[in-house]
Design a binder for this molecule. Sequence first.
Ligand SMILES: Cc1cc2nc3c(=O)[nH]c(=O)nc-3n(C[C@H](O)[C@H](O)[C@H](O)COP(=O)(O)OP(=O)(O)OC[C@H]3O[C@@H](n4cnc5c(N)ncnc54)[C@H](O)[C@@H]3O)c2cc1C
Length: 375
Amino acid sequence: MLIAGGGPAGAAAAIVLARAGCRVLLVEREAAPREKVCGEFLGADAHACLMALGIDLAALGAVPMTEAHIARQKGRVDAVALTLPFTAWGLPRAILDGALLDAAAEAGATLVRGQAVRDASRGADGWCLRLANGKHLTAPRLVLATGKHALRGFPRAGAVDGWIGVKLHLWLRAPLHAVTLLPFGSGYAGLQPSTDGEANLCAALAPGLGAAGRNSEAFLAMVSAGSALGATILEGARPAAPRPLAVGGVPYGLLHRDGTGADPALWRVGDQFAVIPSFLGDGIAMALVGGMVAGAAILNGEPAQAFHSAWRRRLAAPMRMAAVAGFVLRRSPGFFAEIVANAPDVARFIIKRTRVAGPGRSDFMSLDRGRPDPR
Ligand SMILES: Cc1cc2nc3c(=O)[nH]c(=O)nc-3n(C[C@H](O)[C@H](O)[C@H](O)COP(=O)(O)OP(=O)(O)OC[C@H]3O[C@@H](n4cnc5c(N)ncnc54)[C@H](O)[C@@H]3O)c2cc1C
């Protein structure tokens, strides 16, 4: 089994498959874990998956959160507070992704780190990956888990590139305890506590606003200008890095559909399959659950198309709900905040409906050791 990409989706699939005795080769282009552009918000589904995969968020130093705050309209400093329908956690991606890859190696997967997959091709013996160092790896099946951007030769129909993700760790003047949504201009940011007393400010910027993401001061000024709450919390904030991390071409709304002639041995998981609007859905949970469910389906001998269509059906409702919530938040942040203030049960219902609904009993079936040993 070949897995291209060692983020949450690839690592989760690797753990499930390797624990069942499957031979797994996982290729990750980064030699060591590093930060990724991400809000670092982990909800109940992500937590449940991580526990099943043997990862203890509290032991890794993750910060628990039970409340969300949403900035009101411009001019009002107060925020709308909402008790979350679950305890959420904040953890830097370098720590989370590193722990997942360590768990995959411990389960028996072979990790090839510091090598990018240049391309993948189908031959008589199955799938072949060509690596940056010129080496070739082959196996009967390939799991594509390389994240939000298309691997060369594997375009994704319906991917509308354009959003820009930006992230900056900060020291705030006052400690932060809640995940805080800060709308601004034609984008929105999430601010939440992180480890070591830092806070993580992460934003999805509409196409054309990318310049603000290259410079910490410009980024902070843009978010501060969006709401009085943002201006108050961010006043005097000190960036913990020389400049923000940024990633372009985020294809929000992508939901993979197999075309005719799709290969039964080519599996897509995580952002390779679907990209949910940030802060309104849990991309990491979707990646973890998807990687685990794909691992279970592979162990059950199912073709990739069966997994793809079942997974697409399961994600359709959360993707739709997150798209609508994102539209309202961008177009009318004041209205969004008033819904949360005046109808908290509706807000909690929306939060639940944007989750991936899992993992369930069947998602964990493959975690039993001693199952068949497909390659
Ligand atoms: C602005 C923003 C904020 C977000 N905030 C949150 C949040 O708060 N909570 C949440 O749950 N989700 C959030 N997400 C979504 C979340 O980051 C993704 O959904 C999640 O990381 C997807 O996991 P993945 O494993 O599919 O991809 P990734 O995490 O991107 O992992 C893919 C891996 O593949 C590797 N790779 C890529 N190309 C190659 C190659 N050619 N060869 C070898 N390796 C390769 C990469 O190095 C990477 O490690 C956010 C996304 C954005 C853009």
